[in-house]
Design a binder for this molecule. Structure first.
Ligand code: SF4
Length: 439
């Protein structure tokens, strides 16, 4: 009988697409992928270094895995495995730890499945992680995360990703298109383009060979996919030409997620971000001028060292004034081997928590204002397969979350609807629309 493998993924969308690629390798090697609780012979845990308490979470997942299958072979991969291999090797029950350069050769490293007294570690310096390994997530019939870029050449002072994933490198445009066609053939209607620094797409063998804009133009011609979403793009890389193209695109939806991190130029400087707040204002203005209905999400970090009360208020006021739709708020936490962790002006934990709370409330307000501005409009919804208390969800092209009574016929269907009102839980209710939408 075939051996069984189960996966657990912590962290970002990129990790999910990479877990899927690793899963395909196991399947090709004759393993069956099963649920975590289905007594697997092998567990692969894909870790994250950005997640708070990555070590605790990893330990907990290992413990749970051993409870389910005490003799299963446990492998740890991912960013945390690259950064702290020795720490992970000490976790009782772990058999193997693979770094960034090794994780995609996992099948070669798993030679036998006998449990080890001590974990083996294969972890070269991250500079050896030079190859680009493509991948896309599977399992969700509606939407797929397609990895097109990996690594980052920036040096934001709070970030460990360049240490965990290495330099910026990308797929070729031809291969991305090939995969998009493959995804389309499987019936998925939406692709979310994913990368560590997506806008930096186009570097291969250390040389710039393409631009992200070229990829966007090429993907817009892929017939079988109804929607492309750009997961996240640095403001300094979001050029006018990209915004102008998306505004008239057939398939790229009016939704941008643009990391800001701070609304204070002083803090942006300390973070070594590659822009000042004025540039961010200009990006939002350009988007809204061409696409007034565009959804704009913002990443922001609170409690960075040196962030005084006034700096925080600067950020708060800046975001309050901006025409944006929601925030992803991150509370700063120290990471080893980063410049920020050695900076003075450490913000107390309780202050970080307060600031985070204030921005969460601001985010709810922004989302509500954005949703209200969309009521009465007609848009196309892609319905998902979830069901909760008799309701299902979907998203409009501009990322308004829709709620409607569950209907199996709607799952993975695109439908033109009119947005009617905001439900008590904050989602938007709809009526069907006869209007044909021009894209
Ligand atoms: S752009 Fe900055 S925050 Fe983003 S991955 Fe690169 S170094 Fe990290």
């Amino acid at each position: 009988m075939n051996k069984k493998v189960a996966f657990y993924t912590l962290g970002c969308k990129l990790n999910y697409s990479e877990t899927s690629s690793i899963g395909r390798q196991f399947n090709q090697a004759g393993f069956n992928t099963v649920e975590f609780t289905d007594t697997p012979d092998v567990f692969v845990i894909n870790t994250c270094s950005v997640t708070d308490n990555a070590d605790k979470k990893c330990k907990k997942v290992v413990k749970e895995a051993l409870r389910i299958s005490p003799n299963a072979y446990i492998t740890i991969v991912g960013c945390y495995a690259q950064l702290k291999p020795k720490e992970i090797a000490e976790i009782p029950g772990v058999d193997m730890v693979l770094g960034a350069a090794e994780k995609f050769q996992i099948i070669d490293y798993i030679t036998d499945l006998t449990k080890k007294d001590k974990a083996v570690v294969y972890n070269q310096p991250v500079s050896e992680a030079k190859d680009f390994v493509a991948g896309f997530s599977i399992g969700d019939r509606t939407r797929t995360f397609l990895k097109v870029q990996d690594g980052c050449d920036y040096s934001c002072t709070f970030c460990t990703i360049p240490l965990a994933r290495g330099n910026s490198r990308s797929d070729t445009i031809e291969h991305v298109i090939e995969q998009a066609n493959e995804i389309a053939a499987s019936g998925v209607k939406e692709i979310v383009l994913t990368g560590v620094n997506l806008g930096d797409f186009g570097i291969r063998d250390g040389q710039r060979q393409d631009k992200f804009f070229d990829l966007v133009k090429a993907l817009d011609e892929v017939e079988g996919i109804n929607r492309f979403r750009i997961s996240s793009i640095e403001p300094n890389l979001l050029s006018d030409e990209i915004i102008e193209f998306v505004a008239q695109s057939k398939r790229f939806v009016p939704h941008f997620h643009i990391p800001l991190q701070s609304g204070s130029d002083k803090i942006l400087g300390l973070m070594r971000r590659r822009y000042k707040r004025d540039l961010y204002v200009s990006r939002v203005a350009k988007i809204k001028q061409l696409m007034p209905h565009c959804c704009i999400g913002v990443d922001v970090i609170v409690g960075f060292p040196g962030e005084t009360r006034d700096d925080f208020i600067d950020t708060y006021d800046f975001l309050n004034e901006l025409d944006i739709s929601y925030l992803h708020v991150f509370t700063y936490s120290e990471r080893e081997n980063t410049l920020a962790s050695e900076m003075s002006g450490v913000v107390p934990g309780s202050t970080r928590a307060e600031r985070s709370k204030m921005l969460h409330i601001l985010s709810d307000k922004k989302r509500r204002i954005f949703y209200e501005s969309q009521l009465g409009k007609t848009d196309e919804v892609l319905f998902e397969g979830d069901i909760k208390d008799g309701f299902m969800h979907g998203f409009t092209r501009n990322y308004v979350k829709i709620k409607t009574a569950y209907d199996p016929l709607l799952v993975n269907e695109l439908k033109s609807v009119q947005l009617t009102k905001i439900s008590p839980d904050g989602d938007v209710e709809i009526t069907e629309s006869e209007e044909i939408l021009a894209h």
